[in-house]
Design a protein around this ligand. Structure first.
Ligand SMILES: Cc1ncc(COP(=O)(O)O)c(C=O)c1O
Length: 377
């Protein structure tokens, strides 16, 4: 069996998880959480990076920070994970979908402006497969219309756009450390990145059940109390310890994934034929972190047949996302701005191949060979 994913595990995690287990602080904001957060703040050069139990929670915190009210509108692609939309809908906001570009499967920046209304508050730039959206154009639109930009960088750790690290460009950004991502904090986890200093104090309070306990722990005040709305958005320090074990070897983890990605690309390149079998496209100003290797088949029928063909050889290949605007909740709570030229057609053609940290070249060669047999049968 060639699985679709295996959670990243390097062995470097063990020592830190055991150290955390034996410490007197395994709840939130323990020593490993602080160590990870400091690491991210240095790496990103941002005013604050806060570990959260998931990327979904980090997005929800942004919805609270923006004080969204029912009827406020948030622009995003429909080709994304449900959390991108849900996090804002729980605050009553309306989601407005915009079509994607077929080359990167990211939101089409040229269509954003026509989706803006007087109720629009923010644009969510989802970096699909970790590859950057057209951030210069998106930031310029946001500035013209006084909107916030949130980078959903769930899949984009370590990637750059025009030399800038993803997660540092928008007003806010989020990473995911779910077990499917390049690095994980023991299965679930996320990061909220705050690039605007004015939001830092309130974010700490929201994360700590609406109290100013973070300031108390830093010795800035002598007792803590309830000061604002909030919830519990702290992961356990055991999760942070696991993550620390991976942060220490993050470059090696990503390099390993990129070489697997490159091997797929090399082996499948000869099969590429426009609109029949397409490989991922990497704009020249973007880097690749090897997070997802996908290909696009001719149509839905060919994709179904290919997935079945691979399954007969015990190879797990999967597809995503069913466009959110076509789902029951999407139909109820969202609006699609403009025409759906690529979201539905191209998501129906997309299939993801097995890739994880440490996948062997043999396995990649086997998957590629079976795909070649499918196309040359
Ligand atoms: C684009 C995107 N946004 C948000 C999420 C949610 O991440 P998490 O599972 O950490 O909440 C995911 C997870 O797959 C994702 O791919």
């Amino acid at each position: 069996m060639i699985e679709f994913n295996k959670p990243c595990y390097t062995g470097n995690e063990d020592q830190y998880v055991i150290e955390a287990m034996r410490s007197n602080h395994i709840s939130g904001d323990g020593p490993f959480t602080l160590r990870c957060q400091e690491w991210f703040e240095r790496f990103l050069g941002c005013p604050r990076a806060l570990l959260t139990p998931s990327c979904t929670h980090a997005l929800e915190m942004i919805a609270i920070l923006l004080e969204l009210k029912p009827g406020d509108e948030i622009i995003m692609p429909s080709f994304t994970f449900v959390s991108t939309a849900n996090a804002f809908m729980v605050k009553g906001a309306k989601v407005v979908f915009v079509d994607i570009r077929p080359d990167t499967m990211n939101i089409d920046e040229k269509l954003i402006e026509q989706a803006i209304t007087t109720r629009t508050r923010a644009i969510v730039a989802v970096h699909y497969a970790g590859v950057s959206c057209a951030m210069d154009e998106i930031m310029a639109i946001a500035q013209r219309h006084d909107l916030y930009v949130i980078e959903d960088a769930a899949q984009a750790i370590m990637n750059k756009h025009k030399g800038r690290t993803l997660g540092t460009i928008g007003h806010f950004a989020t990473y995911s450390f779910h077990e499917t991502k390049n690095i994980t904090s023991g299965g679930e986890g996320g990061l909220l990145i705050i690039n605007e200093s004015k939001f830092v104090d309130r974010a700490e309070i929201i994360r700590e059940k609406g109290t100013n306990r973070s300031q108390f722990f830093r010795g800035a005040i002598d007792k803590y109390t309830w000061v604002d709305v909030g919830s519990s958005y702290l992961p356990s320090d055991l999760q942070a310890a696991y993550l620390w074990g991976q942060l220490e070897v993050l470059t090696e983890i990503c390099e390993n994934r990129i070489s697997s990605w490159d091997l797929y690309f090399k082996l499948l390149k000869e099969l590429e034929e426009p609109e029949c079998l397409e490989l991922p496209k990497l704009p020249s100003d973007c880097t690749n972190n090897g997070h997802i290797f996908y290909l696009k088949t001719k149509d839905l029928e060919q994709r179904t047949a290919l997935i079945k063909w691979l399954k007969l050889e015990d190879i797990a290949a999967v597809f995503h996302y069913v466009p959110l605007h076509s789902s029951p909740a999407g139909r109820k709570f969202s609006r699609f701005s403009g025409t759906d030229n690529f979201t539905s057609t191209d998501s129906e053609r997309l299939v993801r191949l097995p890739i994880w940290h440490g996948i062997s070249e043999d396995k990649i060669e086997k998957v590629s060979r079976i795909i070649r047999e499918f196309y040359t049968q």
